[in-house]
Design a protein around this ligand. Structure first.
Ligand SMILES: C[S@@+](CC[C@H](N)C(=O)[O-])C[C@H]1O[C@@H](n2cnc3c(N)ncnc32)[C@H](O)[C@@H]1O
Length: 194
């Protein structure tokens, strides 16, 4: 299955966006609410309509970036949030995106990628983080589908995948998921060494 930009752009144009929860993910909202450093460089890969970016932006985080293969969902973000900096919206491939971030946010991006890309995802996340930076967010604890996204997984698989690169990575059941995802999400925290 070709999961390139044409596939994803088509999903937005055809309004087949069943993954889109229409607002900031509740576990991420709780995490964001306890952050204090509004200067931190934040990246949201595969951010789609970018509710997490909007939430942070409205709370005064000035250095929030989104990278997505297609610009189609950014139009929606800019309608909701016209003052979001356009030069922080990157249309392109996460795997070739360049930058250095204090925080990278995962929300239904990992599960959208072909599972063969998972080791590259982990390495690229590590490269894009500044020393002492963190990858945080939500991963499915559910097998989901094997032949099309969303691709699933479980904590044991994720530990094996992440620990060679992020030895302190931790995965714990989410207690504050939205109802349709309750009991099917893990909170991931993967700090990079300082
Ligand atoms: C399942 S959607 C999730 C969107 C958003 N995070 C949300 O929860 O609404 C996956 C997103 O990842 C983007 N995407 C897929 N592969 C990508 C890649 N290699 N680089 C950047 N974005 C990618 C797609 O265009 C799509 O917007």
């Amino acid at each position: 299955m070709n999961l390139g930009s044409t596939f994803w752009e088509g999903r937005y144009l055809d309004k087949e966006t069943g993954w889109d929860i229409g607002s900031v993910s509740t576990p991420l909202k709780a995490y964001f609410d306890q952050l204090t450093d509004r200067e931190h460089a934040v990246l949201i890969p595969g951010g789609g309509r970018s509710y997490e970016a909007e939430y942070l932006h409205r709370r005064g985080f000035a250095n929030v970036h989104v990278v997505d293969l297609t610009g189609a969902p950014f139009a929606d973000l800019l309608l909701r949030c016209p003052d979001f900096p356009r030069n922080h919206l990157h249309v392109g491939d996460f795997f070739t995106h360049a930058g250095r971030y204090d925080l990278i946010v995962e929300q239904t991006f990992f599960c959208a990628l072909d599972p063969s890309l998972r080791p590259r995802y982990v390495r690229r996340m590590h490269e894009l983080l500044a020393p002492g930076g963190k990858l945080v967010g939500v991963l499915f604890d559910d097998p989901l589908f094997a032949d099309h996204p969303p691709f699933g997984g479980n904590a044991e698989e994720y530990r094996k995948l992440f620990s060679p690169v992020f030895p302190q990575a931790a995965f714990a059941p989410c207690y504050n998921s939205i109802k349709p995802r309750a009991g099917r999400e893990l909170w991931m925290k993967a700090p990079k060494e300082a």
